[in-house]
Write a protein that binds this ligand. Structure first.
Ligand code: ADA
Length: 551
């Protein structure tokens, strides 16, 4: 499954799922499932390095091919019949390669994959989550004409109770001739057309329409109404290409220190969720994504934070369908100033933000963009990079607020930059302090350090528990202690009118890298899940359910 809805009925598209040949850098060969992580194979439980996937395809006629990878962890070099067609860094954003005028017959796709750490990687590093290896998300093989639709964007706004929509189509001409064409878009029974006399060879064009929509139902948490935005590119009555997107009429605002959806304030009751699942790593199939969603909603959650990277589009599709609000963030966790001054850091962040917003722009469930979790926001040099990334987000999307989760308590010098101030706090776990007292100090500091008047989110709080470890003394690492600390935190936050949301750390236990201090993590996992990595609920599950239902 490439998406939870069909994106093309004219463009030929198929998913290259199934067994691919795989040769590890030491020459050993395997057959591996795509999508999948190579760590699923007993020979590669901890393999960090390079390997090459390959697959033969057969074409019945001459065509241009577009091969889109939804996620390869963490660096990919893609070859078509031995010629490199695309290189990509970062496991968490889609990318595509194009091959023109491919003859009918058999061809070979090779993907060199590298999940190693080192000077070539500023973002994928030893960390409190695991960088798996493999073609971990779907691969789409598409046949396209010389002129085709690269993306469709939909921007809803509302004035005086009337919904207004801006639709943009981004068309590319990869041919050697000038092209003329018509493009027709339809949304909610309304049609928009444009004739393009000339698009020069190698050129790209953004075509946009704006319309009022009077007979639509809004998208919101309790009522996630979705509409299909469809576009067809035609010439002389023949349809050359098409694309569908699924969109919602909703707008996000910040009013009186609250996050508002369609003018109504909302309190985010959320989880931090890593893309990680026992035995299958980060290659979570839609069935298990849906189960995660069922579990979060069963506990009364209405939000999820994609810590700490852009998520699989199918998960975001589910959030759109379920009315789950999403804080999606670029890929960065706990990088100090030295890490941020890595020569590739800024470009790798810029690419990740660009690809995240370009590909995920239409998801009505995404209501917040996040950057740079717990990076060096206490330094002037770090501040420059925070400011640059906030500028990039606001250039790409003026409709959603931006934030960043800080842990630089009492010394962060960037609180004036985000639209929403967010902080991670582990009172009672890392510091044996009263949650309520520490919370007051934090809120006073935020107001004085640039956050005055801004909505505030407690983006992380929680405690660890080893699944199955029960202790009547409620000692640390027991399920009982985790329950007590989550309850104490939520009792404090539910009373605080200054907050617009909380995200529990974390939904489920996740694997971490057995390097640096992360190797001290019991089981080489971050054990603060309310469920373990196999989605077995700990005692805290029922505490969260009880508390969220009261909030
Ligand atoms: C930080 C970090 C999380 C996780 C958490 C923890 O807040 O943002 O990724 O590492 O701490 O469990 O300590």
């Amino acid at each position: 499954m490439i998406r939870l809805f069909e994106q093309h009925t004219v463009r030929a598209q198929k998913e290259l799922e199934g067994m691919w040949d795989f040769t590890r850098e030491d020459g050993r060969s395997y057959r591996l499932m795509v999508p999948g992580c190579w760590e699923q194979h007993p020979d590669m439980l901890h393999f960090r390095g390079k390997g090459t996937y390959s697959k033969k395809i057969h074409l019945s006629g001459k065509t241009n091919l577009r091969i889109e990878f939804k996620g390869v962890s963490h660096t990919a070099d893609v070859y078509f019949d031995g010629v490199r067609i695309v290189h990509h860094y970062n496991a968490y954003t889609p990318f595509a390669g194009i091959v023109r005028e491919v003859a009918p017959g058999e061809h070979e796709i090779k993907v060199e994959v590298d999940n190693s750490f080192g000077e070539h990687s500023a973002l994928h590093k030893p960390n409190d989550y695991y960088t798996y290896g493999g073609i971990t998300r779907p691969v789409a093989l598409e046949e396209i004409e010389d002129v085709y639709i690269e993306w469709l964007h939909f921007t809803p706004t509302r004035e005086n109770g009337v919904w207004h929509g801006k639709i943009e189509a981004y068309v590319k001409n990869i041919g050697e001739q000038e092209e003329c064409f018509d493009i027709v878009c339809s949304l909610a029974g309304q049609e928009m057309t444009e004739h393009v006399d000339s698009l020069e060879a190698g050129e790209e064009k953004r075509i946009s329409w704006e319309q009022d929509f009077h007979k639509v139902s809004a998208w919101n948490v309790g009522e996630p109404n979705l509409y299909l935005l469809s576009a067809q590119l035609t010439r002389d009555g023949k349809c050359l290409d098409d694309m569908m997107e699924r969109v919602g009429f909703r707008c996000v605002e910040l009013k009186n220190q609250k996050l508002c959806i369609n003018g109504e304030k909302v309190f985010l009751k959320g989880f931090n969720r890593h893309e990680d699942y026992g035995v299958i790593g980060c290659a979570i199939p839609p069935q298990l994504m849906a189960q995660d969603m069922d579990l979060m909603q069963d506990m009364g959650a209405n939000a999820v934070r994609t810590c700490h990277y852009p998520n699989d589009e199918r998960f975001l599709d589910l959030c759109d369908e379920r009315g789950i609000l999403v804080w999606e963030e670029n890929h960065a966790r706990g990088l100090n100033l030295e890490d941020m001054q890595h020569p590739d850091f800024e470009q790798q962040c810029e690419d990740c933000i660009f690809e995240m917003i370009e590909n995920h722009y239409n998801h009505p469930s995404i209501v917040i963009w996040g950057i740079l979790n717990e990076c060096a926001s206490e330094t002037p040099e770090g501040r420059e990079m925070y400011a640059k990334q906030y500028r990039q987000i606001r250039e790409l999307d003026t409709t959603r607020p931006a934030t960043s989760a800080t842990c630089r308590h009492f010394k962060d010098i960037c609180l004036d930059l985000p639209d929403i101030v967010s902080f991670n706090m582990y009172s009672g776990w890392y510091q044996d302090v009263s949650v309520s007292e520490r919370h007051e100090k934090e809120m006073e500091w935020i107001a004085a350090a640039g956050g005055a008047g801004k909505p505030v989110i407690v983006s992380e709080f929680g405690a660890a528990a080893i699944y199955g470890f029960r202790d009547r003394g409620r000692c640390k690492w027991s399920e009982e202690r985790q329950s007590d600390l989550i309850r104490e935190n939520l009792e404090t936050y539910q009373k605080d009118e200054r907050l617009t949301g909380v995200f529990i750390w974390q939904f489920a236990d996740c694997r971490v890298t057995e390097e640096e201090w992360f190797a001290t993590r019991v089981r080489c996992h971050n054990n603060k899940g309310v469920l373990d990595e196999y989605r077995r609920p700990k005692e805290a599950y029922d505490i969260v359910k009880e508390m969220f239902e009261k909030m």
